[in-house]
Design a protein around this ligand. Structure first.
Ligand code: ZN
Length: 273
């Protein structure tokens, strides 16, 4: 198997062109995938193939989509204060499905803590209450976007306090103890499972794409009964193969690993079997 996992950030809106707006890029990339004969499969299906639960043929010439951080731009059409009306990621997916008849699905890795999102809404967005979680159960029920964990508080450097014991924020490499991992990962899974039942959170994306040896080699592989996850994703630009590391799977990030339709074609060519 060689499955590229593509990552978009719905809050990346600095203009209305492909290079500075992930909504424009996502809409264009979906059509490029369709023209190239790629199928879009749920990320959980890629993990099932990796774990040998389904045949690799089920993810042949397929990609999976993931979104990070879980802000309202994943779901709602919103009027951006600087760049005007923006179609939400969910609407972009539905438009594509209605236009092509192709199945489409994405996984949103959300920042789980409501208190953290309330602060981030002011420090990273424009303070209009655009980081609420009201849409998460709706997305889960519609089946077009699955909700998974991007940690409790992202160990974000604009928060007054995070789960990191020494105040070393702005990186996930500093999550190096059981207590920190438990607060960032297990607590987030508990919160999601309580509110999105019968869905069970089973996937994790490292904030900033960063991990620690403790997380990848100790906590995630050996504390499964606590965190109940099946796989974790970083941001190494490579396709998921049968040999990929289950607790630090690769993903390509829009704006970081490709910035134009031409570069996107290169990503797909590299990932082609
Ligand atoms: Zn993030």
């Amino acid at each position: 198997m060689r499955v590229p996992v593509l990552t978009y950030h719905s809050v990346n809106i600095a203009g209305n062109d492909y290079a500075d707006n992930d909504h424009v890029a996502l809409a264009a990339d979906l059509r490029a995938l369709h023209r190239g004969g790629w199928r879009i499969v749920p990320l959980a299906q890629v993990v099932a193939a990796l774990l040998g639960e389904i045949a690799p043929a089920q993810v042949e010439r397929a990609v999976a989509l993931s979104f990070d951080d879980g802000a309202w731009f994943d779901w709602h059409d919103l009027d951006h204060p600087g760049c005007g009306p923006q179609r939400g990621f969910a609407g972009i997916l539905r438009d594509f499905r209605d236009e092509t008849g192709s199945p489409v699905h994405a996984t949103s890795f959300v920042i789980v803590s409501p208190a953290a999102r309330a602060v981030l809404d002011r420090t990273c967005l424009v303070g209009r209450g655009w980081w609420g979680d009201q849409w998460w159960p709706l997305a889960q029920r519609e089946g077009i976007i699955s909700i998974e964990s991007h940690s409790w508080d992202h160990n974000h450097d604009t928060l007054p306090q995070t789960a990191q014991r020494d105040g070393r924020t702005g990186t996930f490499r500093s999550i190096q103890t059981w207590a920190e991992a438990d607060a960032e990962i297990r607590v987030a899974a508990d919160w999601l499972d309580a509110r999105l039942a019968p869905h069970r959170a089973s996937l994790f994306a490292f904030p900033y794409g960063e991990s620690s040896d403790y997380l990848v080699h100790e906590y995630l592989p050996h504390h499964g009964a606590e965190h109940r996850l099946r796989a974790a994703f970083g941001t190494t630009p490579a396709p998921v193969t049968a040999q990929a590391a289950r607790w630090n799977l690769p993903r390509y990030v829009c704006g970081q690993h490709w910035r134009s339709p031409e570069q996107f074609a290169v990503v797909l060519a590299e990932a082609s079997p």
